[in-house]
Design a protein around this ligand. Structure first.
Ligand SMILES: Nc1ncnc2c1ncn2[C@@H]1O[C@H](COP(=O)(O)OP(=O)(O)OP(=O)(O)O)[C@@H](O)[C@H]1O
Ligand SMILES: [Mg+2]
Length: 324
């Protein structure tokens, strides 16, 4: 049994009283010490999935309409939010997409970490401050005993992102979800933040989910990958298996829009077209309007999973040809 098991998860958003499906039956697992990357274009349902796991959809127009989310064998979707808080404590933490919206600009960062620590543990102010400095040091903020008194705007984007990681770690989570931890950062800082997360994993055995729209970032940091398109996982496997034989035209398009890749020149430009809007129903494979190899079959029939090697699963009628 894996630490986190998401099975056939469906999520919909209520628009004018009508439920529009957004996440359409996704399944994945994450274990201790394992890093799962979820990749996909803007709007495909990545953040909704993480908010669903965290139990943060209450009070929003977003509803979980089917499926299961189990943590350590406990079904989370059957718990009230009170039960959930009691059972789960702080075993999960999330780093949000935009650090400036999650840090309060009017409080010193140290005080924000201290508050988070004291919410989760009975610990004196003095001990919490010492722990806050330790955490800032752990995420490699220089001069942590001075920086603990900085305000968010006095730090760089990369430093703020690290402070967010320090806050997420303040409760010693068993599962850490990092939603686009790097998009706002330049490439070197991105790399440092990701290295930091894998160092932390080595030390603490945390299970990590990294959400990104950059397949390159995922390739470097994750043990396994799920590629989402329009609310479905269209390709999934271990990083090794998947990159050895990319088998979904969408995944190939994603990778080859990274300019350093020098093969398959015809894929080099960004994938043409756009993700269909919410509520726009498409027959067959949802990628068919943008797919360079789509045929009548792709319009007529929704593809199931084709297995390439081991657990490497691909939702494309032509997966075997694409992979070869
Ligand atoms: N509160 C909401 N009300 C209405 N629609 C929403 C709401 N939250 C999300 N959506 C829609 O649901 C879809 C999935 O959103 P989600 O935030 O999960 O995308 P994402 O994959 O995280 O994208 P990005 O890469 O831009 O962060 C999008 O089409 C979005 O517009
Ligand atoms: Mg998002």
């Amino acid at each position: 049994m894996a630490l986190l098991e998401v099975e056939n998860l469906h999520i919909a958003v209520s628009v004018g009283g009508v439920l529009q499906p957004v996440v359409r039956g996704i399944s994945f697992t994450v274990d201790d010490n394992e890093t799962l990357g979820i990749v996909g274009e803007s709007g495909c349902g990545k953040s909704m999935t993480s908010l669903a796991i965290m139990g943060l959809l209450e009070g929003t127009p977003v509803r979980i309409t089917d499926g299961s989310i189990r943590y350590d064998g406990t079904e989370l979707l059957q718990l009230s939010s009170k039960q959930r808080r009691a059972i789960m404590g702080n075993r999960m933490a999330m780093i949000f997409q935009e650090p400036m919206t999650s840090l309060n600009p009017v409080y010193r960062i140290g005080d924000q970490i201290i508050e988070s620590l004291r919410q989760h543990k009975s610990i004196s102010k003095k001990a919490a401050r010492a722990r806050a400095i330790e955490l800032l040091d752990l995420v490699r903020i220089p001069n942590p005993s001075e920086r603990v008194d900085s305000f968010p705007h006095q730090m760089s984007g990369g430093q703020r992102q690290r402070v967010m990681i320090a806050m997420a770690l303040s409760c010693d989570p068993k599962l850490l979800i990092a939603d686009e931890p790097t998009t706002a950062l330049d490439v070197t800082v991105q790399k440092e933040v990701l290295e930091l997360m894998s160092d932390l994993q080595e030390r603490t055995g945390t299970a990590i989910i990294i959400i990104s729209h950059d397949l390159g970032v995922i390739a470097e940091t994750c043990d396994k990958v799920s590629v989402m398109y329009r609310g479905k996982i269209v390709e999934a496997g271990t990083t090794e298996n998947l990159f050895e034989r990319l088998a979904h035209p969408y995944t190939r398009g994603l990778l080859n829009s990274i300019p350093v890749v020098d093969h398959d020149v015809e894929w080099l430009e960004a994938i043409p077209g756009r993700v269909p809007t919410l509520g726009e129903e498409l027959s067959g494979c949802a990628f068919h309007p943008r797919c360079p190899i789509a045929t009548g079959l792709c319009i007529a029939k929704t593809p199931g999973d084709t297995y390439i090697a081991g657990n490497h699963a691909v939702k494309c009628h032509y997966a075997d040809q694409v992979a070869s």
